[in-house]
Ligand binder design. Sequence first.
Ligand code: IMP
Length: 238
Amino acid sequence: MGVFSESLPLNSSLFLAPTPIRALTKPPPTHKITLVIATGNPGKFNEMATLLAGVDALLVPLDRAGPIPRMPPEGGESFQENAWRKAEAVAHASGRFTLADDSGLEVDALGGLPGVLSARFGGPQATDAERNARLLELLRGIPPERRTARFRCVVAIADPRGTVQVAEGVCEGRIALEPRGSRGFGYDPIFEIPSLGKTFGELDPEVKNRLSHRALAMAKARAILEGILAKRGSPDLQ
Ligand code: IMP
C-alpha cells in the first residue's frame, strides 16, 4: 500500500494536492474476476450493474471488452440459446467471464408468440406502440381469462474456457384490453399483473424491478457468480 506514496519525491507539487495524492496512495481496486456484460445498451448495463451491486467483480461493458470478431445473431429458437451463444462467443473472444441475456414476451393465445421475435415483432422498423397495437389486434375478442402471458428472461454466464451456466426468471401476467401507462418500454403498457390490477407501464419502476423476469433471473445469476467467486482465491488484477 505504501509503495506509491514512498516513491513520490517529498517536494513534489502533487504532495500538496490532496486529491491526486489520495488517488496515488490508494491501492488499486481489486476484484476476484472481471465480468463482461454483453450488451451495447448503456441503460441495460446500468440496470445489470445495480442488480449485481456488491458482487466482487469488475463489470465491463461490451465496448470495453476488446475486439469481438463475431457476435452470433439473435436468431436462435429459444431465449436460452440466444443468451448462451452470446455469452460463450464474448467470453471466448475476450478471455473474460461474460454475462449475456435474452428476454421477451410469450402470449399463450398466440402459441407463445412473439417469444424470441419480441424485439422484431411487426418488422424491425416498427415502434413499440405499433408492436403493441399489432398484438392487441391479434387478440381482439379474446376475453381476459384467455389473455394469459409471461415475460421470460434467460441470463447466461460463460467462463473463458467455455463452461456456461444459465438462470431463468419468469413473470406471469396477462395482456390488457388496451395500452395503459407511459412508464417502462416495449410491451410494458399492455402487460398487466392481475393481482395488482396494473400494467408494467403504470407501475413504479421500483416495483417492476422487484418482480420483473429480469430481476428474478439476475437474482439467480448473482448466486451463480457468488459460487464462481467462492471457488477463486486470489483477485484478478488484469
Ligand atoms: P432483449 O432481451 O433486450 O433482446 O429484449 C427483447 C425484447 O423483449 C425487447 O425489445 C422488448 O420488446 C421485449 N421485452 C423484454 N423485456 C421487457 C420488459 O421488461 N418490458 C417490456 N418489453 C420487454
